[in-house]
Design a protein around this ligand. Structure first.
Ligand SMILES: *Cc1c(COP(=O)(O)O)cnc(C)c1O
Length: 464
């Protein structure tokens, strides 16, 4: 038995693999970078298997064989569209919010050529990239001033760095959230150079807890929306009005990280996600929120609030490092135009998917089941399902819906799931009790035929 390190030493160097590749005429036409890349990747695969204690073939011929299989897909983009049959609307791993038609048109228009990104047409002079969206967000939220950055995490970071570096920020213990593992309020606070002052307890924080914590080094009071969890039962948080008055009395900005802020309040399953305008009207001086959660636009972070505070942020050097690019701004403006001119509940995919009625979902499920009904190798039936908002929005909210449960007759559900996932146009689906579960909530009309074609091809392949 050879040790993994002995095996790894036997893996030929890239030069030797390239020399061996010269024996294959069909590889002669492959661009050198692609060939070298696939050889490296193949060697890496063999190395990984050796490390995992597997028996491996380290001959140049074997590694070339792997490289040739990799090359078959080398021209295929890695970042590409998938069909989301999971029923999770803001699926972070699948790119969160699909963009509206207007947003896509704005991106297509701007990306092909030059644009007014930082050019003021009226004056024929330098302009601001934030101007394209700031006035429109202000109109929709009532904010005095607005800037947009790469994502909400960056927005919170900028606010804390610019307004509280080297000083203290007071946060309720019930609001020290972690979002997706990499955004944790205490860590973001530390990174910004502000000192976290925790007040209250996990379930209850009172106005006097905040009041007692205020001292000469206090820079701000921060509220964090408990986006992805709920504290229920014996709980308390001070009234917004009282907290705003307390902040004002001490000359402190009251900041809220709203996470998934919405333009119009979203209600589901007894849960109510407040609109940004409501939070500003409730006394928040600054509100930050994500562009690609309930807002339904591109990945971005919005900082909206008092002009004087936003001006301070605008002058901060960190802004340059987290500024949004023109494609994001174009998509963002398109989404804003949906809110201002269109029918957002219909035009913005996230809103229309979240608010899809049970009737509509049942009809779509029946249409899919109808398509699948005649296919040999599968048994399909319409079933009630529960979808989720996802993306750390609307925690624990059940979105009642419908879908199609498909029982494979010729292969296991796990094998079918894998094959659907590895297609050129991947279909991402849940597996339960050896059945595939197609939640129709996030499926476009044309996806139904694509799913049908995929299952037809799979069954034919399994029958061979
Ligand atoms: C989602 C969320 C964030 C992070 O927002 P991104 O746009 O994903 O960076 C921060 N805070 C809260 C409360 C959130 O819900």
């Amino acid at each position: 038995m050879q040790t993994p390190s002995a095996i790894m030493r036997r893996i030929p160097a890239i030069d030797r693999l390239l020399a061996a590749a010269a024996a294959f005429p069909e590889l002669a036409a492959v661009p050198r970078e692609l060939l070298v890349g696939s050889l490296r990747q193949a060697a890496e695969i063999v190395r990984g298997e050796a490390l995992a204690g597997k028996e491996v073939d380290t001959t140049p011929a074997a590694i070339l064989g792997i490289a040739r299989r990799l090359l078959a897909h080398a021209g295929q983009p890695s970042l590409r569209r998938v069909i989301n049959a999971t029923g999770v609307v803001l699926h972070t791993n699948l790119g969160r919010a699909p963009l509206s038609r207007r947003a896509r048109e704005r991106v297509a228009d701007v990306m092909a050529g030059y644009s007014t990104l930082e050019y003021d047409l009226a004056g024929g002079e330098r302009g601001s990239r934030y101007s394209h969206v700031a006035a429109r967000i202000a109109a929709l939220t009532g904010a005095e001033d607005v800037i947009v950055v790469n994502n909400n995490a960056a927005g919170v970071m900028l606010v804390l760095s610019a307004l509280a570096r080297g000083r203290e920020v007071i946060v309720s213990r019930g609001q020290l959230v972690e979002i997706g593992g990499s955004f944790r309020v205490p860590d973001v606070m530390a990174q910004s150079g502000a000192t976290l002052v925790e007040v209250g307890t996990t379930n209850k924080t009172h106005l006097h807890d905040y009041e007692r914590a205020i001292g000469p080094s206090t820079a701000a009071i921060l509220k964090v929306h408990t986006s992805n969890y709920r504290i229920v039962g014996f709980t308390a948080q001070p009234e917004d009005g009282a907290l705003a008055t307390l902040a004002r009395q001490h000359g402190l900005p009251l900041i809220e990280d709203l996470g998934s802020g919405t333009i119009r309040p979203v209600e589901a399953d007894g849960w109510r996600e407040p609109a940004v305008s409501e939070r500003l009207a409730a006394g928040m001086d600054i509100v930050t929120f994500s562009g690609d959660k309930l807002f339904g636009g591109p990945q971005a972070g919005v900082i909206a609030g008092k002009k004087e505070l936003v001006d301070t942020l605008r002058r901060h050097p960190l802004l340059r490092a987290i500024r949004v690019d023109k494609l994001t701004l174009a998509a963002f403006e398109g989404t804003l135009l949906d809110y201002l001119l269109g029918e957002p509940e219909h035009d913005i995919p996230v809103l229309s998917m979240l608010q899809a009625g049970e009737r509509e979902l049942a009809d779509k499920s029946a249409a899919l089941a109808g398509l699948l009904g005649d296919l040999p190798g599968w048994r399909a039936e319409v079933v009630p399902l529960v979808s989720r908002a996802g993306g750390g929005a609307l925690p624990a909210v059940d979105l009642p819906g419908w879908g199609v449960r498909v029982r494979p007759e010729r292969l296991s559900a796990d094998a079918a799931e894998e094959k659907l996932r590895l297609r050129a146009l991947p279909i991402i689906v849940r597996v339960k009790d050896d059945c595939l579960l197609f939640d129709v909530r996030c499926l476009a009309p044309e996806d139904l035929a694509e799913i049908c074609g995929a299952l037809e091809a799979l069954a034919a392949e399994a029958a061979l």
